[in-house]
Ligand binder design. Structure first.
Ligand SMILES: NC(=O)c1ccc[n+]([C@@H]2O[C@H](COP(=O)([O-])OP(=O)(O)OC[C@H]3O[C@@H](n4cnc5c(N)ncnc54)[C@H](O)[C@@H]3O)[C@@H](O)[C@H]2O)c1
Length: 135
């Protein structure tokens, strides 16, 4: 039986995202990289081409409007995690944000509460919590 893959929108095409996270996506058979987004067009184009995304965007709202996504990965400056995290949750998407999830404890709690209120999960990429090796 073939199971549909979860369509992921990846926001942020910066250095950590591109060197450590995008290259791992193809190792997860349950997801596909539907779209990427970055304010910098050349980075969005580059990551779509390099990592096999079907489409690229420079505006998150446009990506959310046009794509039928199942989830979002958000990697960039911490203030972006909280702001765009809420936007994606409001669009009905579960989110994975890089650490830190916000610039203050108050905002981090706010983001977690936003996910809870939406009935969606939000995860923060704490590398060592999810590592398969025992560091
Ligand atoms: N888990 C770990 O071990 C680990 C390791 C390194 C870095 N990090 C985290 O990763 C993050 C840094 O990631 P990076 O190096 O890829 O970032 P970066 O600063 O290189 O790039 C961020 C990108 O986000 C884009 N951007 C900013 N605002 C945007 C918006 N509104 N819409 C779309 N794109 C937008 C920028 O144009 C930029 O290209 C930091 O939060 C850092 O704490 C985590």
């Amino acid at each position: 039986m073939s199971v549909r893959k979860a369509r992921i929108g990846f926001i942020g095409c910066g250095s950590h995202a591109s060197s450590s996270l995008y290259p791992a996506i193809h190792t997860i058979p349950q997801i596909e990289l539907a779209a990427v987004c970055d304010l910098k067009e050349e980075l969005a184009r580059r990551n779509a081409r390099s990592f096999g995304a079907l489409r690229w965007y420079t505006d998150v709202k446009e990506m959310l409007r046009r794509e039928e996504l199942d989830g979002a990965i958000i990697v960039g400056p911490p203030q972006m995690h909280c702001e765009l995290g809420k936007l994606c949750l409001d669009a009905g998407l579960p989110i994975l944000v890089e650490k830190p999830s916000a610039v203050s404890h108050r905002e981090a709690v706010e983001l977690a509460q936003h996910a809870e209120d939406a009935g969606l999960w939000g995860a923060v990429a704490y590398m060592k919590r999810y590592a398969v090796c025992g560091w």
